[in-house]
Write a protein that binds this ligand. Structure first.
Ligand code: SAM
Length: 307
């Protein structure tokens, strides 16, 4: 086991000499090929050896933002011709890239961070290049969704990648209603200015007993991975202003269909009763209506009231 205070100087010095390090250079990188290159989601050293080598020999790098990719290439001592490929010009760029590929070039496609095509531009370019009968090679690497899943501890073989929820409340509600009974772990991406309202919406849409995992600033200095129930989630976000900053993946435990519908119904009844009655009365009545345990409903009623 390594100590968290290990510094690079304590790494075995022979690593740089390992044959496997040089292997990336020995491999075949066919010309006339579009390479889909995953890049780090925060920690620049998460670049793969193969990605680094391909970027070094690519004829052109298609990227979302030439400034960001220029800076990333700079970290590796590279400078390359770049072509901006964002969600508004993917089709036109695809035509340009196809011409370059037909001329025998190696074209790298990257996004600002992570894996292109995953909540990022790229899919239309890949589609056009494949339709033109040209070769597409993926170079796997970081993606925030899989990184978050790997550290979540949520035990489920299935996951359902949702990505960003709609920004408008009504559309978000409908999207969540459609997901309420999905048994797979749900994977959301969210922007910091919307994290609170999204978590509020999740807490209303799904059973309060379901687990939620916040994976914030993955691989960065202030990385934080927190797991709690949906009933506790809004209070957790509000407890510290920093929890509305940075980049987030939010995971929600999959529905267990039998208990979930009943949980959501009990929550709905409790919320209605709390508008008219005291915590004690609401818990009593909700227990009679739903047949659920009075104590659990009482505790939940206190949470809803913020007491
Ligand atoms: N293509 C990227 C990937 O493979 O993960 C995702 C791009 S998407 C435009 C950006 C979103 O990914 C962010 O809003 C956030 O939800 C998530 N994300 C990216 N980097 C992250 C990080 N370091 N920590 C947590 N979430 C991150």
């Amino acid at each position: 086991m390594t100590d968290s205070t290990d510094s690079p100087s304590s790494l075995p010095g022979h690593i740089a000499q390992l044959p496997v390090i040089g292997e990336a250079a020995q491999q075949s990188y066919p010309t006339a090929t579009l390479y889909i290159v995953a890049t780090p989601i925060g920690n620049v050293t998460d670049i793969t050896l193969r990605a680094l080598h391909l970027l070094a020999i690519a004829d052109v790098v298609a990227c979302e933002d030439t400034r960001k990719t220029g800076a990333l290439l700079g970290r590796f001592g590279l400078s390359k011709p770049m072509l901006a490929a964002h969600q508004h010009n993917e089709r036109e760029v695809a035509e340009k890239l196809i011409s370059r590929l037909l001329a025998g070039e190696r074209v790298a496609l990257v996004s600002d961070a992570g894996t292109p095509g995953v909540s990022d531009p790229g899919a239309r370019i890949v589609d056009a290049v494949r339709a033109a009968g040209l070769r597409v090679l993926p170079l796997p690497g970081p993606s925030a969704a899989v990184t978050a899943l790997s550290a979540s501890g949520l035990v489920n073989d299935q996951f359902y990648f949702v990505g960003f929820l709609p920004a408008k409340a009504k559309q978000r509600e409908s999207a969540l209603a459609a997901l309420a009974n999905v048994p797979a772990t749900l994977v959301f991406y969210e922007a910091p200015h919307r994290i609170l309202e999204s978590v509020e919406a999740l807490a209303l849409a799904f059973a309060p007993s379901r687990q939620i995992v916040f994976a914030r600033e993955l691989t960065k200095l202030f990385e934080e991975i927190h797991r709690c129930t949906l009933a506790e989630a809004v209070a957790w976000v509000k407890a510290d202003a920093n929890r509305e900053r940075g980049e987030f993946v939010v995971l929600v435990e999959g529905a267990s269909v039998a208990t979930d519908a009943a949980d959501v119904e009990a929550e709905r009844i409790l919320q209605i009763l709390l508008k008219e009655c005291s915590v004690k009365q609401a818990a009593n009545l909700a227990a009679q209506i739903t047949g659920r345990k009075k104590n659990a409903l009482y505790d939940r009623a206190l949470e809803i009231k913020g007491e």
